[in-house]
Design a protein around this ligand. Sequence first.
Ligand code: ZN
Length: 296
Amino acid sequence: MKCLRSLEVAIYLSLLLLGWASAAFPKTPVRVFVSILPQKYFVEKIGGKLVDVSVMVEPGADGHTFEPKPKQMVALSKTMIYFAIGIEFENVWLERFIAINSKMLIVHTDAGIDKISMITQHHGEERHNQDKEVIKDPHIWLSPPLVKIISQNIIESLLDVDPAHGSIYKANFKKFMLEIDDLDSELRKIFAGEDTGVEFMVFHPAWGYFALAYDLEQVPVEIEGKEPKPAELKHLIQHAKEKDIKVVFVQPQFSPAKARIIADSIGGQIAFVDPLAADWSKNLRETATKFKAALR
Ligand code: ZN
């Protein structure tokens, strides 16, 4: 009986402590979590010093097969906003994040974006993922026009959570929109003069929205995690030869071994482009230059 009492007291005390901890929640910097590194860039552009951004998928990790670390789960308990972007692991984990911190606001920064499917119209035939319904392409952050929509969703939630600093968020946002406009016109210039639908080959199809924005066509080796069957591989190699494709782009998070095999069989080479780089503007500029060089 006495033992039960002290247990009750212990529970009561810890509840008190929890209550105290949430009451002492600092207003700024606003602690937020994002799924991937490029989102950190967006949130910091808009939030500046008023936000403290943690990233779920740490550098070098693969966003498709990711699982959070225990220390990240602990950090979530002190987070005010989780900025989701719509990548796979969120489907499973967002619920668990909410279970840890029910006060945390989950913002779907992909809201309002019409996603393209991962099925690619390639060489007149469709490559399906048979067992599942159509998979939507999650790589929206690689298109400057779409990052404007993502940013709109970010600023709206920051204004909700921290209205006192509204004018700062708005001024930062305006500046960031100008940065995106500048980048966008720079990329348009890079690809000006290319034929519409000129092709580049990537191992992992992360650049579909980028291609869409600049009138290029991405020829993927894999369809979201699935490697090509021998017949498809043969077809791809044939296609690359016909189109005079000489570069297979790979991302640093994946092993380049398979891409190297394809590159060898078309007498080409592999090159690296990173869909998850921290400096988003600089990365897109560099990537555009690499794609452009491969179109020669
Ligand atoms: Zn991906």
